[in-house]
Design a protein around this ligand. Structure first.
Ligand code: ZN
Ligand code: ZN
Length: 429
């Protein structure tokens, strides 16, 4: 019986070699610096909980180093791995797909509720689960969403500072650039991530301060307009999105409840707010494929009546879409509307990333499901009931999908019915 491996405290310090990846080491280090200082705004003494695909180990190590240099308390990383994830789908007993490790998520909720910062490194293979049983995929997702809800709530209500960055995982690179040899694909994805994350600049932390100022200007203009609704028109789209009563637009860096200002997404190009869950009408067509939990949903077309999706189809992944919509009552209603100009650097790269963190920042988007309670005036003092009354949606899911393009026009409609041009041909007026 070996107890030693459970109890030992000081592991031997032989570093396993990292794979040689065609990634600019200097820019990867800048990305780690941006994640810690701009993304998290990590405060001295704060603990950090990170989740990452195993392939992102080089970035995990750099972030950990910058976090400790910034005075972090304890940095903990939970890894995920494609091979072991697939081992579950192919070998685990059927009933296990209704289970989730609640003990872990309880611990995470406890951590986020006591000032631990949260960082996620995105970079999973977007098609990892494309060939697995959609029923198992949706059951496992649902069980996870339920178990994770208390922790997720701490994140969506900004109880603590959090951030998502990404790493050019080889499996992801191969999906984005399927016709390139692997090393070229990784190099191209790395370059695109660095450009979108603004770490090409000499001083990326200063570049982010400028970018935040631009996003804050747009946010402030929208907040001053007090629009009652937005009207989207374009090919296949004629959609009126009523905005929640007392909604507030957000975008760029924002303060969390623990007093720390963070940039939750790196990259980010959006300003966003809460739609009214019962005042969305018309039809809308997606403009980019949606990569959802390892599957792809393409050419979504839905019709809304009084906030609720009454019909939905997709050219690809329709079964998954229907299951998503059946998650709960709130899954058929909107929780977010976001404005992104067609000229955003991510859109201009012309790359489809198969990753919401990037693709949602290439186009205006809407999200099915849970709203951000932060996107209200006086959000701190609103009860869940008040948020619901004012039009905020609640659901186990929050799924962004892209409806913007160079062909989309948006008008703001005021309470008195006056129309103000907001976007023309995909750009701010
Ligand atoms: Zn968004
Ligand atoms: Zn969203």
């Amino acid at each position: 019986m070996d107890l030693f491996h459970l109890t030992k405290k000081a592991p031997m310090t032989i570093e396993p070699p990292l794979p040689e990846l065609p990634i600019d080491a200097d820019k990867l280090d800048k990305l780690a610096r941006v994640a810690v200082h701009t993304g998290l705004g990590l405060a001295p003494g704060q603990d950090l909980l990170m989740t990452a695909p195993l392939a992102a180990l080089p970035l995990v190590r750099l972030i950990t180093e910058h976090a400790y240099k910034a005075g972090a308390g304890i940095v903990t990383t939970l890894y995920s791995d494609e091979v072991t994830t697939l081992a579950r789908y192919r070998n685990a007993p059927d009933e296990s797909f209704d289970k989730a490790n609640g003990w872990l998520y309880e611990g995470m909720a406890k951590a986020f509720g006591s000032n631990t910062a949260r960082l996620a490194i995105a970079g999973d293979n977007p098609l990892m689960l494309a060939n697995e049983d959609p029923d198992k995929v949706s059951r496992a997702n649902k069980a996870n969403s339920i178990a994770y809800k208390p922790a997720m709530e701490k994140i969506v209500t900004f109880e603590t500072n959090w951030n998502i960055v990404s790493f050019p995982n080889p499996a992801w690179a191969k999906v984005v650039f399927p016709n390139e040899p692997l090393d070229i694909a990784i190099a191209k994805l790395a370059k695109a991530i660095f450009a979108a994350s603004r770490v090409d600049a000499d001083d990326p932390v200063a570049a982010w301060a400028d970018h935040n100022a631009t996003l804050h200007r747009r946010r402030d203009w929208l907040n001053a307009q007090r629009f009652d609704a937005l009207h989207f028109t374009g090919p296949g789209t004629d959609l009126t999105v009523g905005l929640a009563d007392g909604h507030a637009w957000k975008g760029g860096a924002s303060p969390a409840k623990n007093g720390i200002t963070c940039n939750p997404n790196i990259p980010t190009e959006e300003v966003f707010t809460t739609p009214h869950a019962r005042r969305v009408n018309g039809h809308v067509r997606s403009t980019k494929p949606l990569s959802h939990q390892g599957t792809l949903i393409d050419e979504i077309e839905v019709t809304f009546e009084e906030g609720r999706i009454v019909s939905a189809k997709a050219s690809k992944g329709e079964a998954v879409l229907q299951k998503v919509l059946d998650t709960d009552e709130g899954a058929r209603r909107l929780g977010e509307v976001a404005l992104v100009p067609h000229s955003s650097p991510i859109s201009q790269s012309g790359i489809l990333f198969y990753n919401t963190l990037f693709d949602e920042n290439a186009a205006c988007h809407i999200a099915l499901g849970q709203c951000y309670s932060e996107c209200f005036e006086n959000s701190g003092s609103l009860t869940p009931d008040a948020i619901k009354q004012q039009g905020g949606n609640s659901s186990l899911i929050h799924i962004d999908w892209m409806i913007g393009s160079g062909e989309i026009d948006i008008d703001g409609i005021t309470a008195s019915g006056e129309r103000v041009p907001v976007f023309r041909k995909g750009e701010w007026t």
